[in-house]
Design a protein around this ligand. Sequence first.
Ligand SMILES: *Cc1c(COP(=O)(O)O)cnc(C)c1O
Length: 217
Amino acid sequence: MNSVAQHLLEIKKELPAQVKLIAVSKTYPVDVVMLAYEAGQRVFGENKVQEMCEKQEQMPKDVEWHLIGHLQTNKVKYIAPFVSLIHSVDSLKLLQEINKQAQKNNRVIDCLLQIYIAQEETKFGLSPEECVALLESDAYKQLNNIRVVGLMGMASNTEKEEQIRKEFRELKKLKDRYPAFKEMSCGMSSDYKIAIEEGSTMIRVGSSIFGKRNYTV
Ligand SMILES: *Cc1c(COP(=O)(O)O)cnc(C)c1O
């Protein structure tokens, strides 16, 4: 068995039934990503629109594509025909554009609101207060071609387990205010086990499946 298939099996073996694995395939070539497909994986996450579109064209049509990285409004149109879930919605303006493009494609697009939970300055996302304000706005209530199904967050890049746990708990607390929210997308290669203990329903794992990433690609 190849190492991608092996890593995938090891991770899936320990996953509780309610947790979905998003295989984060960004930067890995299609032939490597296909090893995961052939081992049964059908849900893949990409952080760049162009790369996701290229892989979507080349790979089998039963793949579920999740956009997990920052999305610019002018690029929504490229993914609107096929994207399964957008994890990284961080403004009302973006949500309105997704709604518009979903309407053009005669579909409803599922979205998560990305919440800023880390201590770091560089992460995108809404504050919990901004999230609440967005959900309570009249403009949001008029959007019929999107469905916000939960929240997404990224914990601080730290070794301190208690810090990570605290950040995931903050996300869970916000999610629990909205009974309609079924999904909480959090946990990556380094912290997905903690995320699952804190209520994650979607983990986004790349390097633990595909190996060390080559950022020069
Ligand atoms: C790259 C990425 C991941 C996966 O990271 P790994 O450490 O390789 O598991 C998860 N979420 C987001 C938003 C990413 O950009």
